[in-house]
Design a protein around this ligand. Structure first.
Ligand SMILES: CC(C)(COP(=O)(O)OP(=O)(O)OC[C@H]1O[C@@H](n2cnc3c(N)ncnc32)[C@H](O)[C@@H]1O)[C@@H](O)C(=O)NCCC(=O)NCCS
Ligand SMILES: Nc1ncnc2c1ncn2[C@@H]1O[C@H](COP(=O)(O)OP(=O)(O)OP(=O)(O)O)[C@@H](O)[C@H]1O
Length: 199
């Protein structure tokens, strides 16, 4: 039986950074953000539903979704975010499970599901163990503003759209403290995988 790990954290705490490290251990990762981008491509069901709900002002000239624009709308209004979630999440869930099953069928002993909203969307039944990547709130704010060039208000809107890191830490089977360097986080991940007999 393959071990399924749920990797989560809050926005900009370092999930993608840690997610890349699994490559060194030949452990496949299914990335919810990546899948969420695939299911809103032109031609997909969710794409049509987004236009019906939010109008074609959320389209770029080339008819793809204008993500920064849609982000501005949904992170400023909880009810609109819920509407987007209802459109996108079912397809994301289905596609992620498909990818996970493909890895398991090909013999993977361990598969990681990288899901930012693992706890908020109550998806923990899909995984055997949860890992939360955590940083101090001020580090989170600073890294988010730097990475995405958001002002403080924009960054805080996004942070407050998710469960707080402290709550996620409480719910986690294991926590990676990503306040330090990336190599310190790598060491924590490696020793965790040894402890759980994955390596
Ligand atoms: C709003 C959108 C268009 C903004 O796109 P953008 O390219 O700017 O951001 P990206 O998708 O890379 O997300 C960045 C981070 O924002 C956070 N985030 C994204 N969507 C949500 C959401 N609905 N609720 C809370 N946090 C979210 C996550 O931490 C994610 O890692 C996009 O995030 C989206 O379609 N969201 C709905 C789907 C979703 O919930 N995705 C998250 C994992 S399933
Ligand atoms: N240990 C670290 N030291 C310095 N910078 C870091 C560290 N870990 C991550 N970062 C940087 O912080 C930013 C956020 O990290 P990352 O993109 O991995 O977060 P995330 O949790 O995947 O974000 P999101 O929820 O938006 O997908 C990135 O610019 C990344 O390079």
């Amino acid at each position: 039986m393959a071990l399924i790990l749920g990797l989560t954290g809050s926005i900009a705490t370092g999930k993608s950074t840690v997610s890349l490290m699994f490559d060194d251990f030949n452990i496949p990762v299914v990335d919810a953000d990546k899948v969420a981008r695939e299911v809103v491509c032109p031609g997909e069901k969710a794409y049509d539903q987004i236009i019906q709900t939010f109008g074609d002002t959320v389209l770029r000239e080339d008819k793809t979704i204008d993500r920064p624009k849609l982000g501005e709308i949904v992170f400023a209004d909880e009810s609109k975010r819920m509407q987007l979630n209802e459109i996108v999440h079912p397809s994301v869930r289905e596609k992620m499970l498909q990818h996970k099953n493909e890895f398991v069928d090909r013999g993977a002993q361990c598969v990681v599901l990288d899901i930012p909203l693992l706890f908020e969307s109550k998806l923990t039944h899909f995984v055997d163990k949860t890992i939360v990547v955590a940083v101090e709130k001020k580090v989170q704010l600073q890294r988010l503003m730097e990475r995405d060039q958001y002002n403080e208000e924009e960054a805080k809107q996004r942070i407050h759209s998710q469960m707080s890191i402290d709550e996620k830490v409480e719910l986690a089977d294991a926590v990676i403290d990503n306040n330090g360097t990336k190599s310190q986080s790598y060491e924590q991940l490696e020793s965790l995988l040894h402890k759980w007999n994955v390596l």
